[in-house]
Design a protein around this ligand. Structure first.
Ligand SMILES: Cc1cc2nc3c(=O)[nH]c(=O)nc-3n(C[C@H](O)[C@H](O)[C@H](O)COP(=O)(O)OP(=O)(O)OC[C@H]3O[C@@H](n4cnc5c(N)ncnc54)[C@H](O)[C@@H]3O)c2cc1C
Length: 461
């Protein structure tokens, strides 16, 4: 006799929700309904939807993430299943010579790459970096000094057309029989003691399920704090990160078509090769900005949110994006930005994700805390979330992704209580998942600029 399937409600159609749905449907054991608040999917303001994301392979200090990253490329991204959304340009991983956290990360990540058999090339400063890049750009393209940084070049890795990859995944979810509802904003949890029986969406409709998975990305902290939810979380916070795009001319596009991704760990600056339309994205993987709502919980301020429509970013970030480009491809740094955007991470303290059953409920899973580096794992992250759902998590991740990980870590390592700790202490984040530059600040709306407001003076910034 065939067993009846478990009915699962997933809140959020980003890569956490989509990939989980895919693995659940492939297992044949689940009926899946994904609910997303946005009327258009993929949601234009979701972190997962964008021109592109870096697909690092084994470039992690944490060996288990290094292996997972390489697996995602070797066994998945290169497969026809992902419809050529992945482009293997290689990734230059750099950090300033005196930058301790960045250099530690580079050195561990380099060893992990080597141990996994990747033919990475060490670069000891500008001339080494330039020698590699020179082979990839057209003759005569002026190169900057790359800030004199050191690190290595990894030929395995590159970037993915992230919005398109999410679209490909959502299409597959539908083909496998999953239900995806757009414009379904979840605002409450239905519960009976320790049992969650479903969710309530805006307008009052109830969607019942045997299991609820909250995968709402950077909206997760604000959603869980809503009166209809009131679900406690460990320290997770929405931080806004600055992105800018420049349009290359057809001639420039040709000259820069084969460049690798450059990623500076010390200041978080990175850029991509141009996409098919000649659009080059630059961004800063930094401490980010907070946007506290009425209850003090930081909530994404995006193009779809009142006040965020213009896509403006802090002036300091706009200057940082341009300064970074000047260090790499100086002639492009003279160009105006076409668009800018704040894109939102759900940050944990250590940079490890939060994927666990909620301790107060029997059938509520939180799958969030992406910390700005989960996209590369799109094809495999759902498998790992499913293992957590089935109470059989991969041993290398089970503690790191657990609800009380930071508390356990602090008790074990320093006997401190969580309340004694500065949760923004960068020391906490150096465990291997991430390195982050700068100090987190509250967004100052008076400091926000749109590139089009600055057209006349942009190049001078
Ligand atoms: C600027 C930027 C650059 C990045 N670069 C990289 C990179 O180079 N490489 C990399 O690996 N990763 C990168 N990341 C990280 C990566 O994008 C994220 O880790 C990943 O996309 C997170 O996916 P998610 O599903 O958790 O969240 P999201 O993609 O944000 O999805 C959350 C979904 O939940 C929906 N939702 C929210 N609230 C509700 C509600 N109440 N009801 C219903 N639906 C709701 C939203 O509409 C959204 O569709 C970057 C992120 C940003 C912001």
């Amino acid at each position: 006799m065939s067993q009846s399937k478990t009915n699962v409600v997933i809140v959020g159609a980003g890569i956490y929700g989509m990939s989980t749905a895919l693995w659940m449907l492939k297992s044949g054991k689940y009926n899946v309904t994904i609910l997303d608040k946005c009327g258009i999917l993929p949601a234009p303001d979701a972190a997962s939807t964008d021109l592109n994301k870096i697909i690092r392979s084994a470039d992690y200090a944490d060996p288990s993430l290094a292996a997972l990253g390489l697996e995602a490329i070797d066994d998945h991204w290169r497969n026809p299943e992902w419809e050529n959304t992945y482009h293997e340009s290689g990734v230059m991983v750099l950090s300033g010579a005196g930058e301790k956290a960045g250099q530690e990360f580079v050195s561990k990540a380099y060893s992990n790459c080597k141990n996994l058999g990747i033919d990475v090339t060490l670069v000891n400063g500008s001339s080494d970096v330039k020698n590699i890049i020179k082979k990839k750009v057209a003759r005569g393209v002026p190169l900057g000094e790359f800030g004199g940084r050191e690190g290595y070049f990894n030929p395995i890795g590159g970037w993915a057309e992230s919005g398109r990859a999410l679209e490909v995944g959502l299409k597959k979810v539908r083909q496998l029989g999953g239900t995806i509802r757009s414009g379904a904003e979840v605002q409450g949890l239905l519960r009976n003691g320790r049992k969650v029986t479903g969710v309530e969406i805006k307008g009052g409709e109830q969607v019942k399920g045997d299991l609820v998975i909250v995968a709402a990305g950077a909206w997760t902290p604000a959603l869980c704090a809503q009166p209809g939810f009131s679900v406690r979380l460990p320290d997770v916070v929405a931080t806004g990160q600055s992105v800018g795009v420049i349009q290359l001319t057809p001639e420039e596009h040709k000259k820069y078509a084969n460049i690798p991704v450059v990623f500076n760990l010390d200041n978080g600056w990175y850029n991509f090769p141009p996409n098919a339309e000649g659009l080059m994205k630059l961004a800063i993987h930094g401490a980010g900005v907070l946007c506290p709502g009425d209850n003090g919980v930081s909530v994404p301020r995006t193009k779809l949110t009142p006040g965020g429509e213009s896509g403006a970013i802090p002036l300091t970030s706009l200057k940082g994006l341009r300064a970074g480009l000047r260090e790499v491809y100086p002639e492009l740094a003279k160009k105006d930005f076409l668009t800018t955007r704040l894109c939102w991470y759900c940050d944990t303290i250590t940079g490890d994700w939060l994927i666990d059953y909620h301790p107060d409920y029997d059938n509520l899973v939180i799958a969030s805390g992406d910390s700005g580096h989960a996209f590369k794992f799109t094809p495999v992250i759902g498998r790992e979330i499913l293992k957590v759902v089935e109470k059989n998590p991969s041993p290398e991740y089970s503690e790191k992704w657990s609800f009380d990980y930071v508390e356990k870590l602090l008790k074990r390592e320093s006997k401190k209580e969580l309340s004694d700790v500065d949760v923004e202490d960068p020391e906490l984040a150096k465990g291997g998942a991430d390195v982050r530059a700068g100090q987190r600040k509250v967004l100052d709306v008076n400091d926000l600029v749109r590139p089009q407001d600055l057209l006349a003076k942009q190049a001078k910034l």
